[in-house]
Design a protein around this ligand. Structure first.
Ligand code: HEC
Length: 109
């Protein structure tokens, strides 16, 4: 029964993320950013603090700040991230979406 198993795993991960961020009082932007990342990025990138990325070559989001100051990602996101890697689709984000996503990424540091 893969679907219920997947669902409970998702709920479990969600509960874990929710409990960590509640402790730190997640801002609305951070919550929207997490939802955006879950919808658009999570099938390849790990978006929580613990799990490996579903796609092994995609860096977990919690490690991004070790490579770039999170702020410098804003520009890349606005212009369309082109990682130079064909596996990753090109994304172009609206300014609001960028703010949300960056708030979320900062929360992972
Ligand atoms: C289909 C899989 C896939 C999806 C979906 C995806 N990525 Fe990626 N992403 C990758 C891979 C693979 C890499 C590693 C590229 C490399 O090392 O060259 C990557 C790398 C990155 C990097 C680092 C780029 C660098 O130069 O090191 C950032 C930032 C990033 N992704 C952001 C995002 C964001 C934000 C989203 C959602 C809006 C997203 N990715 C969705 C596969 C994906």
């Amino acid at each position: 029964m893969p679907i219920p198993a997947l669902l409970s795993l998702t709920l479990f991960l969600f509960a874990m993320t929710a409990s960590t961020t509640t402790a730190l009082a997640a801002s609305p932007a951070e919550i929207r950013g997490r939802a955006f990342a879950r919808t658009n990025c999570a099938r390849c990138h790990s978006i929580d603090r613990h799990t490996p990325s579903p796609l092994a070559i995609a860096p977990p989001f919690r490690t991004l700040h070790t490579k770039y100051p999170i702020e410098t990602l804003a520009e890349a996101l606005a212009e369309g991230i082109d990682s130079g890697h064909p596996t990753m689709p090109m994304f172009t984000l609206e300014p609001d979406q960028i703010n949300d996503l960056l708030s979320f990424l900062k929360s992972l540091q």
